[in-house]
Every structure is written in C-alpha cells, then in structure tokens.
Design a protein around this ligand. Sequence first.
Ligand code: FES
Length: 496
Amino acid sequence: SGSAHISELPMEILIRLFRYLGPEDLCRCGQVCTAWWGLVKTGSLWRHLYPVRWARGDFYSGPPGYLDQEPDEEWVKNLQDEGRAYQEWDEDADVDESGEQCEEADNPAINTVQREKRLLNGMIQNLLPAVGPSVRTIVLAYSSAVSSKMVRQILSLCPNLTHLDLTQTDVTDSAFDSWASLGVCSSLEHLDLSGCEKITDHTLKRLSLGLGDLTSPLSSRNSPEWRTKLLMGPPPPLKLEVGPALLAGGRSRQAMIFKRRPGVRGSSCSPAHVFVFDLEEPADIEDVAEWSRHGGIPVPDTSTAGVLEVQTAGGSSCCCRRGRRQGLSTGSGSAAYWQQRYLSFGEAQCGHSACCGGETALRTFKGAEFDLQATGGSAHLRTKLLPEGQSPNNRTEHSGTFRSLRFLSLSGCYHVTDMGLRSLSQRGGLPRVEHLNLSGCPFVSEVGLQELVSVCPALNDEHFYYCDNINGPHADTASGCQNLQCGFRVCCRSGE
Ligand code: FES
C-alpha cells in the first residue's frame, strides 16, 4: 500500500529493471552511485558487445543472430571511409605516452573512430575486468580503431566467448596469444576473420591449441570446467540442518540450512545459510546461469525448479577479498538443486551474499529440488560450467566437449597455407564446423583442403567456399570463391 524509494528495491529487482536498458543507459545508471555501479557490472547485463555499432549510436545488445547476414554495402563503405580518414589523420596526430591522441579532429568521420577507440579503451579498463567471463559475443567487424593489443586484452578478459567477429580489421597473429593455452577458446562457436590480411598460420595453430584436444584421453581435463575445478580446490565440508529459516522482512519458513563447518578452508565465509523455498516465487534463470559460471554450479532444470534464498548471519570477513570463490551444488542426476551464490557488488567485487549482505537475505532464484549427494555431512562442490541456454539434459553431451566451432571464415587471409589447415585438422579436427570459408586463400592446396575436410563431418557444402582455381574436395557441391565480386577482399581472379 505504501510507496518505496528506488534505493529500497532489492538488487535482483534492480538488475531485472536494468535488463531493459541498453549499454548507454546502463553506463549512465552506473554513474548514479557506487552501489548502482556495482550492479551495472553484473555479467548477465553484458553478454553481447558491439562497440563499433555503439560508437555510432546503434545500441543493439542482443544475440548476434540478425548480424549473420552480410552488412549492407553502404554501411560498410561508410566505415571504410571513416577508417581511411582516421588513418591519414592518425599518422600526423600527436600521441602521448598512453597512446591517446592529444588532438581533436574537426572531421566527423575521424571523431567517430576516436569515439570508438575511447569506448574500446573504456571497456577494456573498466568493464571487462568485471564482466569479461560473462561475455559471449564481441563484434568488432570493420573497426578502424581496434588494435592487436586491444584484441589480445579483450580475449584475455573474455575466456568464454562463443562469437567473435573481427571482419576486416588490422589484427595480427599477436592478438591471439592467449589462445596458445590449451582449452582457452573451447567455447568458441563462431569465428570470423574475413579480411584480416595479416593473419597467418600462427593464428590457426593457436586456435587449434585453444580449441582443445579431442584425441587426448585426458581431454576432459583440459576443459574450462576442469581447470576451474583445479583452481577451486577440494570442497569444504558442510553440515545440513533442517529448521526455521529467517527470510528477508522477518518472515520465517521451514527450510534446509547448510552451514560450513568451522575451522575449514573457507570458513571465514560462514556462517552462510542456504534456504530452500517453495516453487512459486519469481526467479531469474539467467542469473543462475551467470552464477553457475562464476561458481561452477549447473543450471537447474526449470521443470523441477524450486526457489532458493541465501542469507548470511553476517559479521564474517570477506573471503573474496582473498580471491576465493566457492559454490555449492548437487551432483548430476540429483532430485534437487541448491546453491549458495554471490552477486557482484561494489568495489569488493566478491558477489558473495555472505560477505556483502550483512543480515539481509540478498537473493532469490530458481533451482531444482535438491539431493544432498553428501556423505558424512559433506556436500560436493561442483565447478560445472554450462553455456548460455544449455539445459542440464544435454549436460552430459557437453561435458568435456571441445572444438565447438561451427563457423570459421578466413576469407581473404591470403597468408594461410596448408600448414595452418593442418593445425586445425589435428587434435580431433573440427567436428562441428558447418560453415567454412577459405575464399581468397590461394596458397592452400587441394591436399590441405582435403585433409581438413576429412575431419569436418558436419560441413555443409553450401557453406564451404574456396578458390575456384583449386580442384579441391567436394568440387561439385561446394560453393566457389566468395570474393570474386567483393572488390576489397583478396581474390586471385580479381580484375578478371
Ligand atoms: Fe581464387 Fe578467388 S581466390 S578465385
């Protein structure tokens, strides 16, 4: 009946409201106060990043679906004109030690690229360190401002990317240094390097390493899940109590309560309690997935979802300030699901309800009913990571799965040779690739193509492009070179 000030709204409600905002408005909200800045840095608000479009006033931030089509020619031409103007100006501009131009240009095209560059630097310095692991999509196609160093920083901060578009950028092999680590880009499904003329076989070698090794008997141990598990260490013992749980607002309800045993690792986080509630409460499945990623907790099956709430008895020091994050969940096949999870908030960046919330219950969310999977009072600590949108029903299929690449375009990457293709062919090939564009790669041969195609069982010939001068595999059914009419991408027949 009474009214409430917006500052009294629970954080989950505020985040839900923030979800209706675009990146520009989110950034404005982040300037309101420290608390809102902490909320704005919630990873689920920043899944899909389009800095090139954002710098030009298009604040779309949804999934990349509609961008799968080729952008319209006029838009591309404008970007290319801006890029040329910027490059000419940049050669004469003063550059200070931080690499920032001191001069402002009068030309609107140059100002647009400058704005894009500032936006990219701001993202790298202020946003991605907080939300990078949640980012799934980055589209930098036709960017004149992005450099190899920027891409390298972005890829290091965003290890769970599924969609990366660097079409027609000036990046070099050094941009992909972080991919040399095994499994670091294993979630990548869409990689567009069309027109990246400086890319060589080194990048493909790094990509192949980063995608993981399907032939290794230890392949599942190279997965992000396994690496996370190694970092997390063994699970802390818990004990279960059943009793009245005090909810936010002073309500109480019968619930299951988990307490970490005193004197064990992570006990500074305790006494954090986990309460299991009924099924009717509203919940936010996206944030469950988000926290699942942070803490390694499987996304619950919504058909059996219950609602959980985390409450802290307060007073403990923040474990996260020591860089420790922990999560709890049941094992697979469980009849129930529960979780103690965090919310990134303020400078502490811990997101632990237990650390940040004092006496206040911070969070409600859905989870499957739970099954302790506990013996002797201890529960399993899971570090399972599921991609966005994946249900636990196909979790087994995904467990330990790498090389999820479905789309790969190297169109116009004319330095690529058979050696690069061989790198991709090794370690299990590209079992999920459906779209493979090698147009404008005249230095690959029939042999290299054959070797790669032989390990791409899902390849759709309609989306298989390579030089018309090569008598390669699937010659009758594959599509030809796509660059014949392109005009700005390498093709051995351009000008004919
Ligand atoms: Fe040979 Fe285009 S690269 S036909």
